[in-house]
Design a protein around this ligand. Structure first.
Ligand SMILES: [Fe+2]
Ligand SMILES: [Fe+2]
Length: 245
């Protein structure tokens, strides 16, 4: 099973860290059924290395493999160095392929430095096909990216742009092993479908954002949340969305 967390927004203050700790306690309570954590971006509020080190310490205590992709609040260089534990790679997008717990996870970098919305470069399609080439075609794969290809209102929160969504659709056509797209950015549990592939958005560890049809649609400080996806040998995952007490 995959525990799917998103949008921790850890800064230098105590509250986001406390919310992350509570969330990780709840993941721990799910028990050994969780064999992978996918973290879909906005890991740190300001993208600073010290903030990533704080986050890393917390996740390291889980003793479960963690796969992460950056969000619009993240900064590639520091994210690569601390979260991915890689040498400096410059400012290139951080697309990474991970094979963990019998799953292939394509962790995509949908960020546009300096912007809130996301996009994808067309080159990511050939990269993904090459990464999956030697996989058993029956083995399941997931895509993880921060900017989920969904929208709840054109004016409120921009996620993956039209060009990026077209690239993602090409990737899904070229990589039929992908069973679901996991995302974040909306700070709300959401689901949708893109060309028959489920799109699953984890609720945020940081405070929730209400959709515009709710009264007082703004940031609301409620319990953190996360999702658990059970990836079966065939078909779409079964997903559970949990609130953290
Ligand atoms: Fe966020
Ligand atoms: Fe975001």
């Amino acid at each position: 099973m995959v525990a799917h967390l998103s949008d921790c927004h850890v800064d230098d203050g105590p509250e986001p860290l406390e919310r992350l700790r509570r969330t990780l306690d709840a993941v721990r309570a799910v028990g050994t059924a969780v064999d992978l954590v996918v973290l879909t971006g906005d890991v740190a509020q300001d993208g600073r290395a010290a903030q990533y080190r704080t986050v890393r310490q917390e996740f390291d205590r889980l003793h479960v493999p963690v796969v992460a992709c950056p969000g619009n609040h993240d900064v590639r260089e520091a994210f690569a160095e601390v979260v991915l534990a890689e040498p400096a790679t410059g400012a290139a997008p951080l697309h990474r392929m991970h094979r963990r717990a019998g799953l292939a996870v394509l962790a995509l970098d949908s960020t546009v430095p300096g912007a809130d919305h996301g996009t994808l470069d067309p080159a990511v399609v050939d990269w993904a096909v090459a990464e999956l080439a030697d996989m058993d075609p029956a083995a399941p794969a997931l895509v993880a990216l921060h900017h989920a290809p969904l929208r709840w209102h054109p004016d409120q929160l921009r996620s993956l742009d039209a060009a990026g969504t077209a690239v993602l659709r090409s990737l899904l056509r070229a990589a039929p092993a992908v069973r679901a797209v996991l995302g974040g950015h909306f700070h709300h549990a959401m689901s949708g479908v893109l060309d028959g592939v489920p799109v699953l958005v984890a609720p945020s560890v940081a405070p929730r954002i209400l959709p515009p049809w709710e009264p007082d649609g703004a940031v609301v400080d409620v319990e953190p949340g996360f999702a658990v996806h059970s990836v079966a040998p065939v078909g779409a995952p079964t997903s559970f969305f949990r609130r953290v007490p």
